[in-house]
Every structure is written in structure tokens, then in C-alpha cells.
Design a protein around this ligand. Sequence first.
Ligand SMILES: Cc1cc2nc3c(=O)[nH]c(=O)nc-3n(C[C@H](O)[C@H](O)[C@H](O)COP(=O)(O)OP(=O)(O)OC[C@H]3O[C@@H](n4cnc5c(N)ncnc54)[C@H](O)[C@@H]3O)c2cc1C
Length: 541
Amino acid sequence: MSSPKPSTIRVGRRYRASRLEGPYDAIVIGSGIGGLTTAACMSKLGRKVVVFEQHYTAGGFTHSYERNGYEWDVGVHYIGDVGADHTLTKRLFDHITDGQLKWAPMDSHFDRIFLGDRHVDLVAGPEAFKAELKKAFPGEDKAIDTYLVYLKKVASAMPGLVIGKVLPDLAAGPLRKLVSRAAPSYLNRPTREVLESLTGNQELIAVLTGQWGDNGLPPAESSFIIHALIARHYLYGGYYPIGGASEMAKTIIPVIQQSGGEVFTYADVKEILIEKGKAVGVGMADGEEVRAPLVISNAGVFNTFDKLLPETAPHHAFYQEKLKTVERSMASNCLYIGLQDTAENLKLPKTNFWIYPGADYEKQVSDFMAAPDETDIPLTYISFPSAKDPSFAERYPGRATIEIVAPGPYEWYERWADKTWGKRGEEYEAEKEVFAQRLLAKLYEKLPHLEGKVDYYELSTPLSTDYFCRYSKGEIYGLNHTPGRFEQDWLKPKTRIPGLYLTGQDVMTCGVAGAMIGGLLATVAVSGFRGLPLAKKMFVG
Ligand SMILES: Cc1cc2nc3c(=O)[nH]c(=O)nc-3n(C[C@H](O)[C@H](O)[C@H](O)COP(=O)(O)OP(=O)(O)OC[C@H]3O[C@@H](n4cnc5c(N)ncnc54)[C@H](O)[C@@H]3O)c2cc1C
């Protein structure tokens, strides 16, 4: 077997205080896709932006990592809406990468939903999507057609919600009232409730909500807004970045550098500097103070307001109260698998597998949480990245990768939280091994020919998510997408503290596209009128 090519997946410049070349127009804390989007959009408007990332590589959940001759992505399994040029997601990617990021389509049946022994595919394109469902659920034509209409109506209601995020409070309040009056009654209702108003067929509901792992909340708890946005996002199929997830940061960073900006890794921000009630810069872990008139946090609202904002800052108490109104999203375990053969030889599909024991998602989750060792895993998600990426075979000859994600509550691992990554001891490793074997068994159940072919595997836990991406309870989607979350008018780019802004998934929604829209909105919020042509170009075309 030939060796993989030398690694190029560490992205960004290693931070040293001596490498700073200020003054900067803005500081972005965190290099997630939201932070990178804001920095690149600002750079395109002529602003010099520095991004500080605490991890050894840039990208946040869009980073890739390499070990033992394999490469895996950590939070990018598929992206929707990039198959045609007229979508917001594609326009935005093209804008921030100067058109350098390329996409490979997955199979037309991009998601396969397993309910016990049965499976139904989600197929690309509204007509094919409906046809496949109607074949699987005869007699449900009306429910399926109406469901698609509902998805469209939610999409039509989004501009109002989006504009409300950047308008001044005085105008945003009345707009919110107008939007909620014009919006369909089901817009922000629990997903299950909306679907049960369309059909009593629980298996159909389970298939339609089979992507619930994409936002982390079972349908009884999630808002129909997030359900519909995700379902619409993938309605025309799933795509994978050619070269892997790290290509995102790799192609965005040169755009940030065009106006003199930089993305620094190993750059741990300890606090936001506040003077005379305004954000004026950041204090770094090495004691350096970096100043800029704008500080834009991509670190999520819990990190921003609980850890980075000093207690003496104005409005600290206000944001402490607000944090009580939102919840952290689910935590997960992920098994990263390496195989010594090509995806083609191993017949790995370009289809994501969503494996459920049955259709009653909520009961399965609660039973599992109560007795994880005796209960079947309620959601097992299997992704085949090396099959999706046409460049993988050339970059890693004779190799293939698989990733399996499943719920993994932080509490299971909390007792090792004060131990360093890689040094958590035998008991932790043994616990992980038990879960890893359960996930491998799920894989072999669906693809028995892979048994005996696995060369390497390692399990990440919520502690890994905290260590590498700074989500202190291992949450993988920022905030939970409950109906309550969508009522929170403080989740927007402009904070009450002059000079301090938010970007990323907590502004709008999770998902790469959701975090990028947060990034675009942050740019518009800091740029005022100068940002309007950009907003028009992205949203309208
Ligand atoms: C397992 C998993 C699978 C997923 N699959 C998909 C998918 O297939 N498709 C999809 O669209 N989305 C997917 N997502 C969701 C998507 O990856 C995220 O919603 C999105 O990338 C979040 O971007 P963000 O910009 O908000 O921030 P993040 O990616 O969370 O980045 C925040 C960054 O801030 C840094 N940071 C925090 N504090 C500091 C500090 N003090 N100093 C310096 N840096 C700091 C962190 O290290 C991190 O890099 C997945 C997520 C996970 C975890």
C-alpha cells in the first residue's frame, strides 16, 4: 500500500505576538465558518481583520484532522444548496472563497432513514423526493404534498426573521409583529405537532424527521423553523467539499489576507477588553493585549457572555439573565474509522445512514438516557467521507474512512473533565471502547462485508468537543433550536455593548450554512450602509 501524501490540512498561521501586524479594523474570536465568513466579507469591503483561533488549526467544526495516515472531518458531512449558482449558500461560498471551493454531489438518495428493519430514502429534487415517499407510503399523497408546501412557506417567512436580526431595536420590534402576523400558524410550533396535523402515519413522520440529528433535537422538541430549514436545505441533494472540510478554511483565508488580515491558530483569547463601556480589543492567554474598534465573537453566546466578557462590563447581568432562556444543544460521541482499501473497492456509499430502532424517536431517546447500557442506541448516523470526496483516493491511496455519530451525554464523561486530552486514563479508554464496539456492530449490521476490514478507529467524546472547539458541555450545535430560542430577540449580531458583535451559529441557526448566514449578518451589522449592497447581492442575487 502506498503512503498518503504529506499533510496540508493544518490551516492558519501559528500565533506569536511578534507576528501581529496591526492596527486591525476588527478582531474575530474563533475561526468557525461564521467567524471566517465575517472576516472574509469584511475583507472584501476593504477591512483588515484578524481572527484568533485557540485550536491548532482553523475552521472550528469545519476543520479536518489527520491521524495514522487517515483524515476525517469533524462537523461537515454534507452541505445542501450548493448545486446551483442562484442559492444564498452557493453565492456566499463563492464570495468568501473567490469561487475556489468546489463541490461533489452525493448519490441522489443522499440520506437513508432506517426504522428497524425498514428503510426509506430521501431523494434529491422535490419531485423525486415526493415520488419516493409516495411509493413508500401509499395513501399519504396529500400529506406529502402539503408538507412540501409548508417547507416553502417557512422559507418565504425567513427574510422577515433575517432582516429583524440587523435592524435597530426600535424597528425590529414592529417588524417582528408584522412577520408573526403574516407567518403561517405552524411556523414556530414543535415539529411533531405540525407533522401530526398532516398525517397520523407515525412511520411517515419518522422518515420526514429522520434528519433530526442535523439539529440535535427530536421532533417533539424542535421548532418547525429549524426542521423546515434543514429539510429545504437538502431538498436538492447533498454535496461534499472536494478536498475535504479543511478546504473551506483553506480557500477563505486568502480572501481575509487580501486586505491585510490574518487567521492565527494557537491564539487563545482570554477576555474581551472593555473601556468606558465599550469593547476595545481582547486580552490573549499570553498576556498580550490586541486592540481594535470592533470585536466580533464566534465563540458562541455561552463562551462570550459567561467567560470572555468581564463581570464588570456593562450589561453583564442582562446577558447572564438571557443565557437562562436558552439551552445547550446535544452532545455526541463520534467514531472515526480507517480502512486499508479504497471506498470504491469497499463499496462504500455516498449516502448517509440514519439508523433508528423504530419510529418513536422521543421514547427511544428517553429510554436510552435512562438506561444507556441496556437500551439500543436511539440514533446512529453513519457517514462515508472518503466515498464522497473524489480527491480522497489520490490524497490517501488505498485507504478509506467512515464516521459514526451517536448521542453521548456530557455527564457520562464528566468525571474525566479535568484531565488533559490523551491522558484521561484507562478507565476512560475502556468506557470508550465499549461504546466504540456498539457503534461498530451497527456498521457491520448494515454493511457486513466490512467486518475484518477496519484498520484503525478512535472515539471522540463530548470532552473532545470541548477541548478542540470550546463547547464546555460538548454541545455540537450551539443552542437548542426550540420554539423558545426563536423568540429570543437578543440573539443577533449587535450586542448591547458598543463595539461587541456576535457571529456564527447562535445568531441564526446551526449548520454550516446557518453559521455563514450569521457571519453575513454580522458583516452587515458592523458595516451599516456599506454592507447593504453585499446583503442585496447575497440575498437577492
Ligand atoms: C458532529 C457534527 C456534525 C455536523 N454535521 C454537519 C453537516 O453535515 N452539515 C452542516 O451544515 N453542519 C454540520 N454540523 C454543524 C456545523 O458544523 C456547525 O453548526 C457550524 O460549523 C458552526 O460554526 P460556527 O461558526 O458557529 O462555530 P464553530 O465551528 O463552533 O467555531 C467556533 C470557534 O471558536 C473557537 N473559540 C472558542 N473560544 C475561543 C477563544 N476563547 N479563543 C479563540 N478561539 C475560540 C473554537 O475553537 C472554534 O474553532 C455538524 C456539527 C457537528 C459537531
